[in-house]
Design a protein around this ligand. Structure first.
Ligand code: MG
Length: 390
């Protein structure tokens, strides 16, 4: 497939990983809106939604990690286009001359990110684990391959856009905004008795269950601090966080002359997804007029001592190496134990802190190495969860 030229912008065919998830479906919407061909889609299971996608996209290769309930129907619909196994996803990410949108949730997102970068593709990245757990590997792939890495997350897309045309040495500080989640303004220590439903009630963004809990603890912001460190090659000391409940200012960059740039807009993930695909160009689409009249925007300082998950994010980031992979894996276990009603909301921070405490940081040298550390951290977190249930 050649490039599509849209109003002078050359757009490469898309490979959509995590095609049935929130980022994946919005990417397909963006692709339809812009008329960009989709070369491949990938998902974890053969689900009814994937069968529908395979039918709607008759030219796309279809990659599935596990067969799932709908495997036979998917075989009927996709025929020769269907490929099974995690290797098929990694191969799809290496399709020549493509833009790979990685919306996979979890550590399965790292190998295809590396594959896309080594193949010289553009990687439009929404998978957190790629940079949180595999930051050093992704940076090596970026340095050695001819690929490009463009972030999709609203905060990082904002910083990316603010930094366009700027000299990296002229950055004084980056400020990531955080909605603060449903418990904004309440100290973490006072949240012993909050319920799963209360924690899942995110005021501004519709997201998956884990990321919604991670937003409520501010662990998600800790991950984003680590991602910003890798994406923009910034020291942790110059990455700040401010609470901004309206989620209109997506993030800001302060320069050495005191001038501050921000990227603003009403929350809509299709915008940063589209930008990551068309960057450095912009494709015209219909959108709601941006009107701040009558709106008020508020900002609150974050007390890092009051928010232990954010503090752990900075600590793991500064420790570097395998520490952020441990942070992520322990958090995933702790969050699912909370969602299952096994531990309290406030125990999430305790579990993660304990596992990090027991970890000897190493420099990760391969995906397998990160997978080993990830497995170790999960097992350790399970032990802590068990101890808390007893
Ligand atoms: Mg975000």
């Amino acid at each position: 497939m050649g490039d599509l030229h849209l109003g002078g912008i050359a757009l490469k065919p898309l490979v959509v990983l995590g095609a049935t998830g929130s980022i994946g479906s919005q990417t397909i919407e963006v692709a339809e809106r812009l008329g960009i061909p989709i070369a491949a889609i990938a998902a974890r299971h053969a689900s009814p939604q994937l069968v529908e996608l395979a039918r709607a996209l008759p030219d796309a290769e279809v990659c599935v990690v596990h067969r799932g309930d709908e495997a036979e129907r998917l075989e009927q619909v996709a025929g020769d286009r269907l490929h099974f196994g995690s290797g098929s996803v990694t191969e799809a990410a290496a399709i020549k001359n493509a833009t790979v949108v990685n919306g996979i949730v979890g550590s399965a997102g790292l190998p295809p990110s590396l594959s896309a970068l080594y193949a010289g593709n553009r990687l439009a990245l929404a998978n957190k684990e790629s940079l949180v757990s595999g930051g050093p590997l992704v940076r090596a792939a970026l340095a050695e391959g001819e690929g490009e890495l463009i972030p999709i997350d609203s905060e990082h897309s904002a910083v990316w856009q603010c930094l366009r045309g700027e000299d990296r040495d002229s950055v004084r500080r980056v400020v990531l905004t955080a909605s603060g989640g449903p418990f904004r303004g309440r100290p973490f220590g006072s949240l012993h008795d909050v319920t799963v439903d209360e924690a899942l009630d995110h005021p501004t963004w519709e997201m998956g269950r884990r990321i919604t809990i991670d937003s409520a603890t501010l662990m998600n912001k800790g991950f984003e601090v680590i991602e910003a460190h890798h994406l923009f090659d910034l020291a942790y000391d110059v990455i700040d966080v401010v609470v901004h409940p309206e989620s209109v200012v997506h993030s800001m960059v302060e320069f050495v002359d005191g001038i501050v740039k921000a990227e603003v807009g009403f929350p809509d993930m299709r915008k940063p997804i589209q930008y990551a695909i068309t960057e450095p160009d912009r494709a015209a689409v219909e959108s709601e007029p941006f009107d701040l009249a009558g709106q008020s925007l508020t900002f609150e300082a974050v007390d890092i001592e009051e928010m232990p998950c954010l503090r752990l994010g900075y600590e793991a980031g500064r420790a570097g190496g395998t520490a952020p992979a441990v942070l992520n894996a322990a958090d995933e276990i702790a969050v699912s134990a909370f969602l299952d009603g096994h531990i309290r909301f406030t125990d999430i921070a305790a579990v993660v802190a304990n596992v990090l405490e027991r970890h000897d940081v190493e420099e990760p040298d391969s995906v397998d190495h990160i997978a080993e550390v990830d497995e170790w951290a999960r097992a350790q977190a399970e032990l802590d969860v068990e101890a808390l249930r007893a």
